[in-house]
Design a protein around this ligand. Structure first.
Ligand code: HXC
Length: 515
């Protein structure tokens, strides 16, 4: 064989991946191969592969009989919408996508490349975790990978796609990255699979129940998007990347130069959304869609803690991160899941220079025996920490209720927001009228001839005098009380004025967020 022919033959084997039977099995299970996935993710023809001829050096368990080029992971770089990204795709058709020494070296190398050039890294995970035959060397490489995940965290965006059964390190490494996408029916993420659980604890479960896409998206919140198929997952990731800067030194991409801050017909619709009756819910998205460019929102963890919305959007073509209470669920109250979801999102935005818009309609932190026992104080504190730590431009709009701790945490002036606005419908107070009247006027109500009439009078008085935006505005805790239809224009102008905000970093090792 000539040198060129040998090369062509080796390259053809690399492109084929695992055995035809393994590829057929992967397809039969409704899953794509590593290369098919890369083609769906990247701009056509943009992929440049690295380390295609890397092979493992393991001899245990007769492994030296099979040393395929590439070793079960495809690595390289390419572009998404003409912007550079680094990618690794675990190939489940070779040793089950499990990670050994050579595999690990490839992944670490492409991550180092991403860090060097300052571009996002996207991991396509479909792996049985540490390669059993390679023992501690496989574990060492997983540990190095999670170390790398942490070292690049906040420097380059890290996105993980779970596209098969991901166990052990194949689940932990993605959990350390910024966003995790899963696909209905084919994705699973757990420390150990159902068989191991059965042998250790005797519990009977299925992969789907244990760590399927729905469980991970709606129950434990490990996943940030539940895709209905692989194509949908790749669309989401491409869309997500369009909001993100390449690294923490660059600004997020800008898609439009100018927005008219004048009042439009859509702006006027904002005046009609919040019901006059405090007990009535409404969909906060109706407000958000009228604020962002083209009404486009890209929600994160939509199925988890739906009482808070975390979403990317654009204002005047530039990315913003939106945190908004959702009155449709639990009246928008903050519980543990909502606090943790929003805290992580705020920290991501802050790390990557994405301004934060907060829309507030919150009756406060939820309490109760279960929540107290599960740590609403410790875990709810994360959101306070995240907001207080954030130094990106921050604009807050109080739409309706801002009671108690809910007022303080949701982007208040006191935690460092730059521009605080409220609608005339805002009620900023320690608590709602019913509760306040019951505490303040217990004795009078007890002794009254007609307690119900008195309660009504006192409630109306409290709502008029105390549950308003004007006491906060009086002290400068709000910069302005505005009509709903003025909000978008105010935000456009506010973000323009905050563009050059100086963000000095405090001198310390790091803060100590309650975990
Ligand atoms: C070597 C592995 C492997 C592994 C799978 N394979 N996992 N080979 N090391 N970890 C191989 C199988 O032997 C099989 O080879 C092929 O991949 C496909 O696997 P199947 O079991 O047939 O596939 P499936 O039924 O889809 O099940 C997938 C699975 C299961 C749920 C992932 O394989 C499994 O439970 N694997 C072990 C998971 C695990 O416990 N990993 C170690 C975790 S510890 P053949 O030749 O038959 O096709 C860890 C360290 C963490 O990761 C460190 C963190 C810092």
């Amino acid at each position: 064989m000539t040198r060129f022919a040998e090369f062509e033959s080796r390259r053809a084997q690399v492109l084929r991946g695992g055995s035809p039977a393994a590829v057929e099995r992967q397809h039969r299970r409704g899953r794509l191969t590593a290369r098919e996935r890369i083609d769906l993710l990247l701009d056509p023809g943009s992929f440049t592969e690295t380390d295609a001829f890397v092979r493992h050096r393991c001899t245990a368990y007769g492994m030296d009989a099979s040393r395929p080029d590439g070793d079960g992971v495809v690595t390289g770089h390419g572009t998404v919408d003409d912007r550079p990204v680094a990618v690794f795709a675990q190939d489940a058709t070779v040793f089950g996508g499990s990670m050994g020494e050579a595999f690990g070296e490839k992944v670490l190398k492409i991550m180092d490349h991403a860090l060097k050039v300052g571009c996002p890294v996207i991991g396509l995970n479909d792996s049985g975790g540490a390669r059993i035959q390679e023992g501690v060397v496989a574990l060492a490489h997983y540990a190095e990978l999670v170390h790398r995940n942490v070292m690049v965290s906040g420097v380059i965006p890290q996105l993980s796609m779970i596209l098969g059964p991901c166990a052990g390190g194949a689940a932990y490494s993605p959990a350390l990255t910024d966003f995790t996408v899963m696909v209905k029916d084919i994705s699973h993420m757990f420390v150990t699979g159902p068989d191991v659980i059965h042998s250790v604890t005797g519990e009977e479960t299925t992969a789907e129940e244990l760590g399927g896409a729905l469980t991970s998206s709606a129950v434990n919140g490990t996943a940030h998007y539940l895709a209905h198929d692989e194509a949908d997952a790749f669309d989401f990731v491409r869309g997500l990347l369009s909001y993100l800067p390449a690294n923490n030194r660059e600004a997020p991409p800008r898609y439009r130069q100018h927005s008219d801050p004048g009042i439009t017909a859509t702006d006027r619709e904002l005046d009609e959304i919040v019901p006059a009756n405090l007990g009535h819910a409404y969909d906060m998205r109706e407000i958000l869609r009228r604020i962002v460019d083209d009404g486009e929102l890209l929600e994160i963890q939509e199925l988890f803690a739906p009482n808070i919305i975390c979403s990317f959007g654009r204002v005047e073509g530039s990315s913003v991160g939106i945190v908004a209470n959702q009155p449709l669920h639990s009246a928008g109250a903050l519980d543990i899941n909502a606090s943790e979801k929003a805290a992580r999102f705020v920290r991501f935005c802050d790390a990557f220079g994405i301004p934060i818009l907060s829309f507030v309609d919150v009756p406060g932190y939820l309490s109760g025996v279960r929540l107290e026992h599960e740590g609403i104080v410790r875990r709810g504190a994360k959101l306070l920490y995240a907001y207080a730590e954030a130094t990106v431009p921050a604009i807050t709009v109080v739409v309706r209720k801002a009671y108690g701790g809910g007022y303080a945490v949701m982007g208040s002036k006191h935690l460092g927001a730059d521009l605080n606005l409220a609608w005339p419908t805002a009620q900023i107070a320690v608590m709602g009228a019913q509760g306040a009247v019951a505490v303040l006027h217990r004795k009078e109500l007890r002794d009254a001839e007609d307690p119900e009439l008195l309660r009504k009078q006192l409630t109306a008085e409290y709502e008029n005098d105390y549950a308003t935006p004007y006491l906060a505005a009086e002290r400068g805790y709000l910069d302005a009380v505005i009509l709903p239809h003025e909000t978008r224009g105010r935000i456009v102008r506010g973000l323009r004025s905050l563009h050059g905000k100086h963000r000095p970093a405090p001198q310390r090792q790091h803060g100590n967020i309650p975990l």
